[in-house]
Design a protein around this ligand. Structure first.
Ligand SMILES: [Zn+2]
Length: 170
């Protein structure tokens, strides 16, 4: 995991925090305070090999919007969003480090590889680091599109088009 108080721009692979499956710190620098978010995802998703958690601007902006659909925050605007992210539930707000936040993520993680923490940011699991990273990028760019299109009449993919994508690409 990323060490606590580390800048993502200057990460040193040799100093990354290494933890066991229970979250106990093995080596490297002291891990992020948000370790439990990653552990909650890994526990519920046997196929997860990487978990990305960021405070990326556009995703955080969407997580602060009032009146968004908590069951599925972003509409299906593009095929790649549907394929890489799918349904994105909103996790209710809890302060960073609160055990209740880990519980809330764990409750959704079995069914969703990507969740959005209210007023905080995304947590995305993948079966490789690349998969998790690409899904997180797709989420961030879609959040940006969603904000750009606020107030515009948007033509999203239809339920039938979404179903077709899920059938073809799983
Ligand atoms: Zn965070």
């Amino acid at each position: 995991m990323t060490p606590t108080n580390a800048s993502l721009g200057t990460l040193d692979p040799a100093r990354l925090s290494r933890l066991d499956a229970e979250g106990a710190w093995l080596s490297g620098d002291k891990p992020t305070k948000e370790t439990f978010l990653h552990i909650a995802m890994y526990r519920e998703r046997q196929d997860a090999r990487a978990v990305v958690h960021l405070h990326s601007t556009h995703s955080v902006a969407v997580s602060c919007l009032d009146g968004i659909d908590a069951a599925d925050v972003l509409p299906p605007m593009t095929a790649y969003y549907v394929m890489r992210v799918g349904r994105l539930p909103l996790v209710p707000y809890f302060p960073p480090g609160d055990e209740a936040l880990a519980k809330a993520v764990g409750k959704l993680a079995g069914k969703h590889h990507a969740v959005l923490l209210a007023n905080h940011g995304p947590v995305v699991a993948g079966n490789s680091l690349e998969t998790a990273l690409y899904a997180t990028e797709e989420l961030e760019e879609t959040a940006k599109l969603f904000l750009m299109l606020q107030g515009a009449a948007v033509r999203c993919l239809t339920a039938q088009q979404v179903a077709e994508l899920r059938k073809r690409f799983g």
